[in-house]
Design a protein around this ligand. Structure first.
Ligand code: GTP
Ligand code: MG
Length: 331
C-alpha cells in the first residue's frame, strides 16, 4: 500500500539516501513516516540527522498535523471492523475489531485469549463485504502456542479453503523481549510488502515480565514496552490495520469484574490500548467477556463459547457473513 517514493519526491533529500531507504524496504512515505529515526539509522546505516530529516518530511507528507473535524470524520468512515466469530462479541465491540487502534485481550490462563486470536486470524482474511479486513495476518508468537493445526480446524469448521487461509498467516516466534521489539520495529515493511490487515502479539507482556524482575528494572521495562506499543500504534494508524495484544493476569477466584487483578503493563499498556477486553472462564466451554475502560464502548458482560469453529456465540452458532449483525458501512 502507499505511493512508492521516487528520488526527488522528498525535496532536499539526496537520491543516494532514497536508494538506502529503498534497500532497507522503506519504499513508501507511510513506512518512512512510521519508522522512528533511530530505527531508520539501524536499518539503512545513514546518519541520524538525515534519518530525522527524512522521517520528518515523510511524516509531514503523510500527516500534516492538524486536520479538520470533517476530514477526521471522513477518515473514521474508512475504519473497518473485523468480525470476531461471535455476534455478541461483535456487538459489544461496536461491530467487530476496529482498525487503526490496539485492542487488548486480558485474562487468566485458559480464558480464551489465544482462541480469539486464532479465530480472528481466519476471519480477518475474509473480504470487507463479508465482515473481514481483506488482508493478510501477521502473528508475533512469544509463547510458541500458535499452532497451524488449530487454524485449519477453525477454517474447516467455517467452510473456508484451509490452504489459502494458512498461506496468508505470517508467524514469527519471538524468543525474548529484544527479539519481540525488533519484530515489531520491522512491521511497517512487513505490513506494506504483504498487505497485512491484522497484527497479533500473543503475548505482549510475557517476555517483559519474565526478564525484568524487581523494582529496579521496572522503569527500563516500561520504557521499552512503551516504545514498542508506540510502534504498534503507528503501524495500526498508518496502514489502517487492527492490532490485537494479549495480556495474562492471575484471576483472584472471588473477585467480580469490578476489581480484576490489575493487568500487567500498568498505565503504559492502559494508555496505548484503545479497547481492553476482560475474559473469564465460565461454565463448560463458555467464557465471559467484557470491555473495560473503553472511550465509547459499553461495559456489558456477554457470554461466548469456544468450539471447534473457534470463538462462537454461547450456543455454538456463528454468524454467516450475510446475516444482519452489524458490519461496517459499505462504500
Ligand atoms: P494462556 O495463553 O495460558 O494465558 O491462556 P489463553 O487465554 O490464551 O487460553 P486459550 O485461548 O488457549 O484457551 C484454552 C482453552 O480453549 C482450553 O482450555 C480449551 O478449553 C479451549 N480449547 C482449545 N482448543 C479447543 C478446541 O479445539 N475445541 C474446544 N471446544 N475448545 C478448545
Ligand atoms: Mg494463550
Amino acid at each position: 500500500m502507499g505511493e512508492v517514493i521516487e528520488a526527488g519526491l522528498l525535496e532536499g533529500v539526496a537520491s543516494t539516501t532514497v536508494k538506502k531507504l529503498h534497500k532497507a524496504g522503506l519504499v513508501t512515505l507511510e513506512s518512512i513516516a512510521v519508522t522512528p529515526p533511530r530505527d531508520i539509522v539501524e536499518l539503512t546505516g545513514m546518519g541520524i540527522d538525515t534519518a530525522v530529516k527524512v522521517n520528518a518530511l515523510a511524516r509531514m507528507k503523510v500527516d500534516p498535523g492538524f486536520v479538520s473535524a470533517s476530514d477526521m470524520l471522513e477518515m473514521r468512515k474508512h475504519k473497518l471492523r473485523c468480525r470476531t466469530g461471535s455476534n455478541e462479541l461483535n456487538r459489544i465491540l461496536g461491530g467487530g475489531l476496529e482498525t487503526g487502534v490496539i485492542t487488548e485481550l486480558i485474562g487468566e490462563f485458559g480464558s480464551g485469549k489465544t482462541q480469539i486470536c486464532y479465530t480472528l486470524s481466519v476471519l480477518a482474511q475474509r473480504p470487507v463485504e463479508e465482515g473481514g479486513l481483506g488482508g493478510r495476518v501477521c502473528v508475533i508468537d512469544t509463547e510458541g502456542t500458535f499452532l497451524p493445526e488449530r487454524v485449519v480446524q477453525i477454517a474447516e469448521a467455517r467452510g473456508y479453503d484451509t490452504q489459502e487461509i494458512l498461506s496468508n498467516i505470517l508467524i514469527a516466534r519471538a524468543y525474548n523481549s529484544d527479539h519481540q521489539v525488533l519484530l515489531i520495529k520491522n512491521l511497517p515493511q512487513v505490513a506494506q510488502e504483504h498487505d497485512v490487515k491484522l497484527v497479533i502479539v500473543d503475548s505482549m507482556i510475557g517476555h517483559f515480565r519474565g526478564e525484568y524482575i524487581g523494582r529496579a528494572t521496572l522503569a527500563e521495562r516500561q520504557q521499552k514496552l512503551a516504545s514498542a506499543l508506540g510502534n504498534l500504534l503507528r503501524v495500526a494508524e498508518a496502514f489502517n490495520l487492527s492490532v490485537v495484544l494479549t495480556n495474562q493476569v492471575q484471576a483472584k477466584p472471588d473477585t467480580a469484574y469490578g476489581d480484576p487483578n490489575k493487568p500487567t503493563g500498568g498505565h503504559v499498556m492502559a494508555h496505548a490500548c484503545t479497547h481492553r477486553m476482560y475474559l473469564r472462564k465460565g461454565r463448560q466451554n463458555t467464557r465471559l467477556a467484557r470491555i473495560i475502560d473503553s472511550p465509547y464502548l459499553p461495559e456489558e458482560k456477554i457470554r461466548i463459547a469456544i468450539t471447534e469453529a473457534g470463538v462462537t456465540d454461547e450456543d455454538g452458532t456463528f454468524p454467516e457473513w450475510d446475516d444482519d449483525s452489524p458490519i461496517q458501512e459499505k462504500e
